[in-house]
Design a protein around this ligand. Structure first.
Ligand code: SF4
Length: 436
């Protein structure tokens, strides 16, 4: 008898991707095959996203497509918190779970598609099943969030912060490194809050006691000798302690900090973490400790009540902060978010006009920041080798979201290899270099 086959659709952010990897790992561990299309699947799991309305629609459409093409569908992920909405559109789904619910998903799979006896389950790779290329992997350190940003419904979908104990995280990181992963991307909803719910409880790894806390996590991961990149960090004072580790080359000199705005009134309306901190001073202090620090951020323009003066304050912040990589969205209401009730929505035409001004303003800054690197020698990681040459990333570029470094005409390198290049050219996003 052949093994039961499960199709899998994974939507959403890196946190959802890690959930998908955990479910796929369990499925493979129990002998299920992962089928590449609906026709070859005995049932289909759809891991949904519910962050903004467009993502909700995409998730509902994906469930509909899986039902039409296959007929047997289990739904998991963020949108699972809105059962009624899913059932109203797709009453025939077999089961709905929330995010980060591997056990519940597996129970539903067992019920609707019992596993075959498989003596070869040990063939599962020890690092589990990864959806990322073999040379980098996401490391999820916690789930949920204690903040209540008014534009966000993640806490209502994923609950309060639940951190993984430090020893568990470090063992997973070590296994990933041993399996050939060259870069770890640390993700969560709020990486700087790591361990708060555990009261920073300690754990033993490599014979030493470590706290479940941001600094210890960074220091311990730094011992693995691979690239470690920190995402979703908030500018709290305790983050300062990680900067010397970056300056010493233990973890990448890179911080992904979603500032979202610069006006203190708007930040308060958004109920942002660290809203009362002086972000500009903090950035300047960090750059003194670690001059090569790359800061990536995202912003929202046209938040309810944002005045022209407050928007201008944001542009002035960009000029002063000289951030390296910046994404920006025009505010759009998310069903269930508290911000929907705020007065004075900004008309869409003004939102779009501000978005365009923001992007143009930042493009000049990003381009100038990259231009400063021309002539430098930098270590880059190879992501892809094609006929025209190699495509790499610098320490300042996270996969998928930042820029790339093109090394034209070089085809003998391996994916995941670290090489040195002299940067010869830059535009707004990408760099071009020559192998040294
Ligand atoms: S920090 Fe704010 S935006 Fe981020 S997950 Fe928590 S509530 Fe949402």
């Amino acid at each position: 008898m052949s093994n039961p086959r499960v199709g899998f659709i994974s939507l959403g952010c890196p946190k959802a991707l890690v959930d998908s990897e955990q479910i796929l790992t369990r499925l493979r561990g129990e002998g299920y095959q992962i089928a590449p299309n609906y026709q070859d699947s005995d049932l289909v799991i759809v891991n949904t996203c519910g962050f903004i309305d467009a993502a909700v629609e995409e998730s509902l459409d994906s469930i509909g497509e899986a039902l039409a093409e296959n007929g047997r569908v289990i739904v998991t992920g963020c949108l699972g918190a809105r059962q009624d909405e899913i059932l109203a559109r797709h009453p025939q789904v077999l089961k709905i779970t929330g995010a980060h619910a591997t056990d519940e998903v597996m129970d539903a799979v067992h019920e609707h598609l019992p596993p075959a006896h498989n003596p070869f389950i040990d063939l599962l790779p020890p690092q589990g099943v990864k959806l990322t290329p073999p040379h980098y992997a996401y490391l999820k350190i916690s789930e949920g969030c204690n903040h209540r940003c008014t534009f966000c419904i993640i806490p209502s979908m994923r609950g309060d912060l639940v951190s993984r104990p430090i020893a568990e995280v470090l063992h997973e990181a070590e296994t990933l490194a041993a399996s050939g992963v060259k870069e770890l991307l640390v993700v969560s909803q709020d990486t700087s809050a790591y361990g708060l719910d555990l009261r920073y409880q300690t754990g033993i790894w490599r014979g030493r006691e470590w706290k479940s806390q941001f600094h210890d996590l960074a220091e311990a991961l730094g011992e693995l000798g691979i690239w470690v990149r920190m995402h979703y960090v908030y500018p709290y004072p305790h983050v300062d302690a990680v900067l010397p580790l970056m300056a010493a080359g233990k973890v990448l000199p890179y911080l992904d900090i979603p500032f979202q705005h610069a006006s203190s009134r708007i930040l308060k309306l958004m109920k942002r973490p660290a809203a009362a901190e002086n972000n500009l001073e903090r950035i300047q202090a960090w750059r003194k400790i670690c001059p090569d620090l790359t800061i990536r951020s995202t912003f929202i323009v046209g938040f309810p009540g944002e005045t022209e003066a407050e928007f201008q304050e944001l542009l002035d912040f960009l000029t002063a902060a000289q951030l390296d990589r910046v994404g920006c969205f025009a505010y759009s209401p998310v069903r269930g978010a508290a911000a929907n009730a705020l007065p004075d929505p900004v008309p869409e035409a003004i939102q779009q006009e501000r978005l365009a001004r923001f992007m143009e303003h930042q493009a000049g800054i990003s381009a100038a920041r990259l231009q400063r690197r021309v002539g430098r020698i930098e270590t880059v990681i190879i992501d892809e080798v094609a006929e025209e040459g190699a495509v790499a990333r610098s320490q300042g570029d996270a996969p998928e979201i930042d820029g790339q470094v093109f090394i034209d005409g070089v085809t003998h390198l391996q994916v995941g290899q670290l090489v040195q290049v002299e940067i010869e050219e830059a535009d707004e996003y990408d760099l071009w270099g020559r192998l040294v």
